[in-house]
Design a binder for this molecule. Structure first.
Ligand code: 13P
Length: 259
């Protein structure tokens, strides 16, 4: 598979059906820049509607922001991997810090979800990232490396290449977040790349994304990190114009580095 620049957005808990369809129709109306692999993670309620607004051959991958590891059963409020796939998901996000903090997601549940996603033919998108106190203590690389090791602990070595890891430092995410500098990001992405290559028997994860207060102002610099193969964006991509501007930056980067 040719290397590409991944540009993706999680809509988190935003967008009605109408808002989701409007975004998807605008997305379908414009070409995706060469060298860019876009993805969108709508809320569960909008996933099938977004899929139906995109042409069958759309390059935009869809996914869910969470799914349960069990095949089905009594798990009120959850959806299974099979249900996610049925509604149009190809990717399954897991381990986002908002879910770790607010919904008791643990390294163990992340590893179960990664296993279940692969078993359902879906690509796990594993989020890792250190809180501010851990960074202040100089422990960011060790902390994140341990999260990666735990998340991939139920996978075979050859399955590591089927997973995507997103480095999202907790202190950089959301309204209260502070944008990270490339100097802050690079040692951690290098550590993630090292660990995923070790676990994958020499072959690392399929893509290593950076997320947390990404915007058109810092996207180019963040993409220059040699271990980063794409960006995972919240607020700056919630309007389709923002997402398209970031895809254009991804396309320019792809052309520059001749991916
Ligand atoms: P923001 O881009 O809004 O900081 O959110 C990033 C994120 O959490 C993506 O998963």
């Amino acid at each position: 598979m040719a290397a590409v620049v991944w540009i993706g957005t999680s809509w988190k808990m935003t967008k009605t059906l109408g808002e989701s369809r409007a975004f998807a129709r605008s997305l379908a109306a414009a070409p995706v820049p060469e060298g860019v692999q876009p993805f969108v993670l709508p809320a569960h309620t909008s996933l099938a509607a977004v899929r139906d607004c995109l042409p069958e051959d759309s390059p935009v991958l869809l996914g869910v922001q969470n799914a349960h590891w069990a095949p089905e059963g009594a798990a009120t409020g959850e959806i299974s991997m099979r249900m996610a796939a049925d509604a149009g998901a190809r990717l399954v996000e897991m381990g986002h810090s908002e879910r770790r903090e607010q919904f008791c997601e643990t390294d163990d549940s992340v590893s179960r979800k990664a296993r279940a996603a692969l078993d359902a033919g879906l690509v796990p998108l594993v989020c890792v990232g250190e809180p501010a106190a851990v960074r202040d203590a100089g422990q960011a690389e060790e902390f994140v490396t341990a999260q990666v090791r735990a998340a991939l602990s139920r996978l075979l070595a050859e399955e590591v290449a089927d997973t995507i890891v997103a480095y999202e430092p907790v202190w950089a995410i959301g309204e209260a977040g502070r944008p990270a500098t490339r100097a802050e990001v690079s040692p951690v992405t290098a550590a993630i790349a090292r660990e995923s290559e070790r676990l994958g028997g020499g072959r690392g994860c399929r893509a290593l994304l950076y997320g947390g207060s990404v915007s058109v102002d810092n996207a180019t610099v963040l993409l220059e990190d040699p271990h980063t193969s794409g960006l995972f964006v919240g607020r700056a991509a919630w309007e389709v114009e923002g997402f398209q501007a970031l895809m254009a930056i991804g396309g320019a980067h792809a052309a520059r580095v001749d991916i």
